[in-house]
Structures are given as C-alpha cells and as structure tokens.
Design a protein around this ligand. Structure first.
Ligand code: URA
Length: 243
C-alpha cells in the first residue's frame, strides 16, 4: 500500500495533509524518516510513526459530517444529492451514515463502516441520547412541556420515552428548545412537536451519545473523529443498557 494512502486510511489527515506531513519529515518507516508519499509499505508488518507516535493499522473509519439541509441521508440515490456526495476525500469501504436525518434537518451525522458500533448506537435497547436544537411555531405551555418530557402519543403503539426539554426562548407564537430523546423513531422530533400542537420550523442535531457536533465544522464540512471521540462512543454504548 502507498504510504500516503496508509496514513490517510489511518485518519492522520486528508491525502493533501498527509503528503505535506511526509514532506515535512514527520513520518518514519521502520525508524527511517521518509520524504516520498508514494513509497510502498506493508501495512501489517512495517512500523510507521507520525510525529513520533506509532500508527497502528486498522480498517474502520469514522467521520463527523455537519449535514446541511437539501441532501438526503442515504448512501446513494438516482435523483437527489446524498450525504455521501459531500465526503470527497475519505478512506474506507462501505461507509454509511448512522441513522437518518430528514432532508431539511441539519447537524451532526456520524458516518462509519464500523457495523458493530452502528448497530449499538441505533439499537432501541441502548437508549442512546440525541439532542436537537428545535425552532417551533406554536406555544409550549408547562403542561405540554411535561407531556414531551414524560411521553407523548405520536400515533405509534407506545408513547414516546421520557425526554428532556431545555427551553431557550419563547414568544407568543413560537419557541426554541433543546430536546433530548433516547429513541430514533421516524420523524420523531417533528411528530412530538406536532403532538403538542406546534410545528418544527428548523431542526438541527447537536449530539449523539458522547459525540457533539464540532462548532468549527461549517455546514457540509466533515472531519475524521479523534481517537478519544471514537473510544468515548464505544465506551458509552457498553454502558448504555436496556431499561
Ligand atoms: N426527528 C425528526 O423529526 N427529524 C429528523 O431529521 C431527526 C429527528
């Protein structure tokens, strides 16, 4: 495998960033600094270091995307742009979004080929918390807020699970809140707001489990997760348990 591809696959940076790192002599192979991004390495045997740290071989990849409105959450589509079209310089086969955000919803979307983590994050038994910034039309009385928090009928067999509401602002005809839910039902946030007589005018996901949307990521931009973000997410899905 080419050295620059290996470093990109190990999420040291994009192709252009790793080429730059190699030119700056930040990369060594078996203890020898290298200057050429296209040398071939045996990724399973050679010891590659970046800035003095050994880079262990792995083939699972994790990206945080700031999903903009107007793209659909799918791996491919014949008619509409998908979130995968935004990931122009990534590594890894079989990358897919974890869960679904509506076409008009913005915010945090995790994209990975780690099927085990995806399964755990989406498992209804794990109750992974997802926090949304929600702008709504309508009025949320204390009674309606309690309904959202305790469980509301959105037309499914069961009421929604307990949720938490943090009110940010309120006027006579609209309100803005942060809503944390631990399920992932179809159009759940919009249906919850509708069930208490309002309507969502803007929706953005801020976090999923321990992973929060990076403030520095512009809409449409993405970056690899850090090693800590990956290990925190994995740890949290071990702890999150059936209720
Ligand atoms: N709930 C919704 O209604 N839409 C989303 O995109 C995510 C959660």
């Amino acid at each position: 495998m080419r050295l620059d591809k290996f470093l990109c696959d190990m999420q040291i940076g994009t192709r252009s960033q790793v080429k730059e790192a190699i030119r700056k002599s930040l990369v060594s192979v078996n203890g020898v600094p290298v200057k050429s991004p296209d040398i071939k390495i045996d990724e399973k045997k050679d010891i590659v270091t970046y800035a003095g740290e050994e880079i262990a071989y792995q083939n699972l990849y994790y990206y945080m995307l700031h999903k903009p409105a107007g793209v659909i959450t799918a791996t491919r589509d014949h008619h509409e742009p998908t979130v995968m079209d935004l990931l122009t310089d990534v590594c890894g086969k079989d990358l897919a979004p974890v869960g679904r955000l509506d076409k008009d919803t913005e915010g945090l979307l995790l994209i990975t080929n780690d099927g085990e983590l995806t399964h755990k994050l989406l498992s209804p038994r794990k109750h992974v918390a997802k926090t949304y910034y929600v702008e709504c039309s309508g009025v949320l009385t204390a009674e309606k807020q309690r309904l959202l928090e305790n469980g509301v009928d959105i037309g499914d067999r069961d009421l929604t699970c307990p949720a938490s509401v943090h009110m940010i602002s309120q006027s006579d005809h609209s309100y803005v809140m942060e809503l944390t839910i631990t399920e992932g039902r179809f159009h759940q946030v919009k249906r919850m707001v509708e069930a208490v007589g309002g309507s969502v005018t803007y929706l953005k996901r801020l976090s999923m489990g321990t992973l929060s949307l990076d403030d520095g990521l512009a809409k449409g931009a993405y970056r690899p997760l850090t090693a800590k973000e990956i290990s925190d997410l994995k740890q949290s899905t071990k702890r999150a348990s059936a209720r």
